[in-house]
Design a protein around this ligand. Structure first.
Ligand code: ATR
Length: 267
């Protein structure tokens, strides 16, 4: 029996257990996915303890993603992002840390036929999600304009990301007019009718990915659909970060449709 899990606090409402267990059932794997909620001071002991107990893999979420980076051997992308959300304990050395949030966003876009090489992307947000998406898009060959409420954070992030520029939220119209891809990596729109991008900035040559998935159809996505844009909801990003983790841990192709159904039936 392989044990996988999620480390976070809180993790009570996580959709990862049903999503991963649906994949184990589909492929006939003897595995379980459980949630762990250590105290903030105990993250180091929790990860080392998981390793000692033979846990096969862990996802890591708020507030532990940055701490985890210091405890495991991180991949280059996770180091640049500054956060680990997936730990693989299968090697003989120290556990390896990955950031599948970045790849999750890229796979969500590619799944909707977006060609990122040479594309122009606008990322709204320069927090944890904004960092992951910006590094991911740049690695995939996009030019990235990062727009953030606190403009200095956008400039600081743009200095770290190749071919990126930093902006405030004021010039959104002009930035989006030239863009192929728009990603909302802020929490704006979560359980609210707000949007980080004015509706009249959206257009029909744009693909819009919203990292927010509650509600599944945010105001931004509604406005984008009305403008004729291609829309990708936040469940796709959630799905593909899990798909990527599953594939790292098991070395097998994930049953994406089964995981998608398990996730969406609970949203
Ligand atoms: P996460 O890890 O989910 O990205 P975070 O690191 O706290 O969370 O970042 C939240 C992001 O949402 C930031 O880019 C934040 O902008 P600031 O850097 O200016 O705080 C953005 N954000 C949150 N509330 C916002 C709002 N009401 N309007 C615009 N941006 C907002």
């Amino acid at each position: 029996m392989d044990v996988y899990g999620l480390l976070g606090n809180p993790v009570g409402h996580s959709l990862s257990p049903p999503m991963h267990e649906a994949a184990y059932d589909e492929l006939g794997l003897e595995a379980r996915y459980v949630t762990f909620e250590p105290d903030e001071d105990d993250i180091d002991d929790a990860i080392r303890g998981a390793d000692a107990l033979g846990i096969a893999g862990l996802n890591v979420t708020i507030p532990f993603k940055q701490d985890a980076l210091e405890i495991v051997a991180p991949e280059d992308l996770a180091t640049r992002i500054g956060a680990v959300n997936t730990i693989d304990f299968s090697g003989s050395g120290p556990p390896t840390g990955y950031n599948t949030d970045a790849v999750g966003a890229l796979r969500a876009l590619r799944d909707h036929d977006v060609d990122l090489e040479g594309s122009r992307a606008v990322v709204v947000g320069a927090g944890g999600a904004g960092r992951a998406v910006s590094f991911g898009l740049a690695d995939a060959g996009a030019t990235v304009a990062i727009a953030n409420r606190t403009e200095s954070k956008a400039h600081a992030l743009a200095d770290e990301v190749s071919r990126a520029t930093g902006h405030g939220l004021g010039g959104m119209q002009r930035l989006v007019a030239d863009a192929d891809v728009l990603v909302n990596a802020t929490s704006v729109g979560m359980d609210s009718a707000e949007t980080p991008v004015p509706a009249d900035a959206l257009h029909d040559e744009l693909t819009v990915l919203d990292a927010v998935y509650t509600p599944i159809e945010t105001r931004l996505l509604r406005d984008a659909a009305a403008a004729g844009a291609t829309t990708i909801d936040g469940a796709w990003m959630l799905l593909y970060q899990g798909v990527e983790a599953f594939e790292i841990w098991t070395g097998r192709d994930a049953p994406v449709d089964v995981m998608n159904s398990a996730l969406r039936s609970r949203l």
